[in-house]
Design a protein around this ligand. Structure first.
Ligand code: SF4
Length: 298
């Protein structure tokens, strides 16, 4: 990966066809920051595009496949995780990243989110959390604040938003973090850690949608809890992490943005367990069924 679109580097890179598609996200959209952070993280880790699979859902976030040079699978709404876990089980050597919005991941694909975390599938899951459905023009999403007015909830949402970090921890994710578009260095570092983690690594990425969520905060100022003396907790202690997440999620809706790493557990991933017990063969399933003489039709 080259960090960001240097045309000269792109022409030398056999995986990059020279002309990089230009993102069509709206000016000021937080999605640019996810793209940049993911590219920077992969470049810093020394990953090649042919070592990475990016699975996306439906939404503005789903356009990431078009701007991120790697293998890609643009799935249907809320279904990036089942595709991602199957790909990782079939080919454990590929670095799998799944990405989607808060409506896609915490609403329509909420069931997949819970069970992929519970089974600790080895992948990075980045959720573009802008507290709204952006692509379909601003409907209330699972993370919209209580009272948020939209075309689908003109009198204001009567419901409390989901708490994605707490939900992730309770479901069984082994790495949970939150970062924000306004903090690009932390975002790249957290994504790199998530990619390196063996297990389900969930990154809740706060992204602003200036087009449809005009009243939303821009997530500034923010505090990195690892850099603050006000917060002292052990990220490997489940109870302390849970209490910290509850505080982080409560404060977000009171206007205080807390980001950082909140939980890390080194238990084996689903694939590691299945291979260690012999339920799955050691060699990648992808190779078992790969026939290099097969003729493929487009
Ligand atoms: Fe970004 Fe919102 Fe525009 Fe979608 S509608 S590209 S989320 S600013």
């Amino acid at each position: 990966f080259s960090a960001i679109g240097d045309p000269e580097e792109a022409e030398e890179d056999e995986f990059t066809p020279g002309i990089e598609p230009q993102p069509t996200w709206c000016p000021g959209c937080g999605d640019f920051a996810v793209n940049n952070a993911l590219k920077k993280a992969m470049a810093n880790l020394g990953k090649n595009p042919d070592e990475v699979l990016l699975c996306t859902g439906i939404g503005c976030s789903g356009k990431l496949n078009s701007y991120f040079e790697s293998y890609g699978f643009h799935t249907i709404h809320g279904r990036s995780l089942p595709v991602a876990r199957a790909a990782k089980l079939a080919n454990p050597g590929v670095e799998v990243v799944a990405a989607g919005g808060d409506g896609d991941g915490y609403g329509i694909g909420g069931n997949h989110f819970m069970h992929t975390a519970r089974e600790n599938h080895d992948m990075t899951y980045i959720v573009f959390n802008n507290e709204i459905f952006g692509l379909t023009k601003g409907q209330t999403s699972p993370t919209s604040p209580k009272g948020h007015k939209s075309k689908t909830q003109p009198s204001g949402s009567a419901k409390d938003p989901v708490r994605p970090l707490s939900l992730s921890l309770a479901s069984g994710a082994s790495y949970v973090a939150r970062t924000a578009a306004v903090n690009p260095n932390q975002a790249a570092e957290i994504i790199a850690e998530a990619v390196e983690h063996d297990g389900f690594a969930h990154v809740d990425f706060l992204t602003q949608c200036p087009t449809w969520n005009k009243d939303a905060r821009q997530y500034v100022p923010y505090t990195d809890v690892q850099d603050s003396e006000d917060y002292d907790f052990d990220v490997t202690n489940r109870q302390e992490a849970g209490e910290m997440m509850y505080e982080v999620e409560s404060k977000l809706y009171e206007g205080e943005v807390l980001t950082g790493r909140f939980y890390k557990d080194d238990r084996p991933s689903y694939g590691q367990e299945k291979r260690s017990t012999g339920e799955m063969p050691e060699e990648p399933l992808a190779e078992r069924y790969y026939d290099e003489d097969a003729e493929w039709e487009r």
